[in-house]
Design a protein around this ligand. Structure first.
Ligand SMILES: [Fe+2]
Length: 284
């Protein structure tokens, strides 16, 4: 795509310069105007040359923001704002996705519609990709250990439920912990980029597509089994499901707390198909 655009713009440049040379030879008065036009065109051409496509800008910003990314290291506030503002501006067409693509049509597997992940980039410091969910598609409740995650809903309506751990709370068993509900709402694009952190912002979340949805996800650092950042899935239970000594919540606040129990295996109802991203290219 980049190459063919370059060829077209090269041809246009040549034709314009030929026209302006001829005009200058034959007519006296318009010379100043032509010079001014030619200057404008030169500036336009320069701007065109230096214009960076949004996905490239996203990649370049991630390189800066996650330059020192490690488990549990949260980028500075300035860096978070910088990446958030880049993501806020990104539109579906900037990353080559549209609701008309086949990924957004329901293909039923055993239980729920197939979710597609379009891989854009991954290194040990960050990853960028797009989750494509058909209507009713679900990404079950999972965590993001020691990670900072930026999620931008590109189009569609999605229900998001997210939680953060309640620190130092007694547990009914080693695989079950108390969590506070952070978000339990529907979001419709265009909406602000959401950000979660290692210990707050809704580190565990579940996505349910109300319509076809695309979510651009930036993870820093990404999941890594060797580095101990495993993706764990959970079942959620109402607060009243377990009675644990030393854990008390006022009656009116009980809905804001749930128990999350680790799932031993990946959910059977989750099938994510990884595909290569085919939108505008990035240069490393
Ligand atoms: Fe997630």
């Amino acid at each position: 795509m980049g190459t063919s655009t370059g060829i077209v713009s090269g041809k246009v440049r040549k034709d314009l310069s030929e026209i302006s040379n001829k005009t200058n030879q034959n007519v006296n008065i318009p010379v100043m105007e032509n010079r001014s036009n030619s200057r404008k065109k030169k500036i336009q051409r320069r701007n065109k040359k230096t214009m960076i496509c949004p996905v490239q800008k996203l990649f370049d910003t991630c390189k800066k923001v996650f330059a020192n990314a490690k488990s549990g290291i949260v980028p500075s506030l300035d860096n978070i704002d910088m990446l958030r503002s880049v993501l806020d501006e990104i539109k579906p067409e900037d990353v080559g996705v549209s609701p008309k693509m086949p990924y957004f049509r329901s293909k039923m597997n055993s239980r729920s519609p197939l979710v597609t992940y379009l891989h854009i980039y991954k290194c040990h410091r960050f990853s960028i990709g797009i989750f494509c969910l058909p209507p009713s598609g679900v990404i079950p409740l999972h965590n993001h250990p020691e990670m900072t995650v930026f999620s931008k809903l590109l189009f569609g309506t999605m229900h998001i439920k997210s939680y953060d751990w309640v620190a130092d709370s007694p547990q009914p068993s080693s695989d079950t912990r108390l969590a506070k509900v952070k978000v339990d709402s529907e979001f419709t694009a265009p909406c602000d980029t959401s950000i979660l952190y290692p210990t707050d912002g809704g580190n565990m979340h579940c996505f349910t597509a109300k319509t076809a949805c695309a979510v651009l996800d930036v993870l820093g650092p990404p999941y890594s089994d060797p580095a101990g950042r495993h993706c764990t899935y959970y079942f959620d239970y109402p607060f009243s499901s377990f009675s644990v000594d030393g854990v008390a919540v006022a009656e009116e606040e009980k809905e804001g707390y749930e128990w999350l129990k680790e799932r031993e295996e990946e959910p059977e109802d989750l099938t994510v198909m990884a595909m290569m991203y085919s939108g505008p290219t990035i240069k490393e």
